[in-house]
Ligand binder design. Structure first.
Ligand code: SAH
Length: 344
């Protein structure tokens, strides 16, 4: 709940206004019981107990990369479902990559998160818990959030918007919108609505192919929408918000890494002034795709740069702890994963 909502509730409980911040601070420390809120009078703690519940996710699995210290968590939620969260350390601070749904219904051909389909949406509080408990458990202060874990954030639109208000709240975790990236497979019907919220977050579009033939093969979300429509939506979003969009592009050997793809991608990116973030594909056991060769990647980057496109290659973090794309949850289901890294 937002502090202003608690305030309204507390009036009903005949509690003074300052109780809100006391409770809020305790929640931020991860208490699991109202009785731990030791500066609150006992009768008020009892009232809280009668009216609310605190849930704390349980660590099902925690893996720490021996190579770069990336931490991957698999959390057990109140109903026994599990989601992954990854904490990555960069020079500019710590980034947490969170899931927005249990499973995913988008069906991207290279992604592990979608294999068992969508189970359910995450509650705003569950997304907030991913950030809070990753911070508390790891001891690393989180400065950036990427919604690039399991699930499609725009398919859980209202809950994600509410989570953003919570995590951004000055009296809460106070993480600035400019430090938050939301990644989408391109649910264009939601772009105007997102732009209308006038948030300063970064919108990342998982493009992965600049033409309909390749993109529809890789991403069912492209069927019925199409790359032209996606580009129009990106253009409108950029015009309305003034925020540059980032195109995610996972390089897949022999599928989307040809010169033709590079030239068309350059045209697309320039038309909407997008930044291109190349990702060497993470191989997923159940999928047949392989990452592009270093040679192909270099040639691809060369074409983009030559055409004046702003391009970066995503660093691979946590490769020894399955920190990519729904792999941890998947492995745990099979006897159990996490998600993708972020840009530099
Ligand atoms: N549903 C959202 C966010 C989740 S995925 C989206 O589609 O953007 C975060 C990023 O990881 C997306 O760009 C996704 O396409 C990418 N991804 C998924 N599987 C991958 C894999 N095996 N290798 C590299 N990137 C992958």
């Amino acid at each position: 709940m937002l502090p202003e909502e608690l305030e309204a509730d507390f009036v009903q409980l005949n509690a003074p206004k300052y109780r809100v911040m006391q409770v809020f601070r305790w929640l931020g420390r991860g208490v699991r019981d109202f009785n731990e809120m030791s500066d609150l009078p006992k009768p008020f703690r009892d009232k809280l107990h009668e009216n609310y519940r605190i849930y704390r996710p349980r660590v099902l699995k925690k893996q720490v990369s021996a190579i770069d210290g990336t931490i991957k968590y698999l959390w057990e939620l109140a109903d026994g479902q599990a989601v992954e969260t990854v904490v990555m350390s960069y020079q500019h601070g710590n980034t947490v990559c969170i899931s927005s749904q249990v499973g995913c219904r988008q069906g991207c051909a290279f992604c592990a998160s979608t294999i068992g389909g969508l189970v359910r949406n995450l509650e705003p509080s569950e997304m907030l818990d991913e950030v809070l408990f990753s911070q508390l458990d790891s001891g690393k202060t989180i400065s950036n959030i990427v919604l690039m874990g399991i699930g499609e954030p725009l398919d859980n639109f209202e809950h994600v918007m509410r989570f953003l208000s919570l995590v951004n709240h000055p009296q809460g975790m106070n993480i600035g919108m400019r430090h938050i990236s939301l990644s989408t497979c391109g649910l264009t019907e939601r772009f105007d609505e997102l732009a209308a919220r006038d948030l300063q977050l970064t919108l990342s579009v998982s493009l992965h192919a600049p033409d309909d033939e390749t993109r529809s093969r890789l991403m069912p979300a492209n069927r019925g929408r199409g790359v032209d429509q996606l580009m129009e939506s990106c253009k409108a979003y950029y015009k309305k918000t003034g925020r540059r969009i980032s195109f995610e592009y996972a390089m897949i050997d022999g599928v989307n890494d040809s010169e033709r793809h590079a030239r068309l991608l350059a045209e697309r990116a320039k038309a909407v002034n997008a930044h291109v973030n190349l990702i060497p594909l993470n191989h997923v056991e159940e999928r047949q795709f392989r990452p592009s060769t270093t040679g192909h990647m270099k040639a691809f980057i060369h074409i983009l740069e030559d055409k004046g496109v702003n391009v970066t290659v995503r660093r691979r973090l946590g490769s020894d702890v399955d920190a990519s794309c729904g792999q941890l949850r998947r492995k745990n289901q099979n006897q159990i994963v996490c998600t993708e890294g972020e840009k530099h």
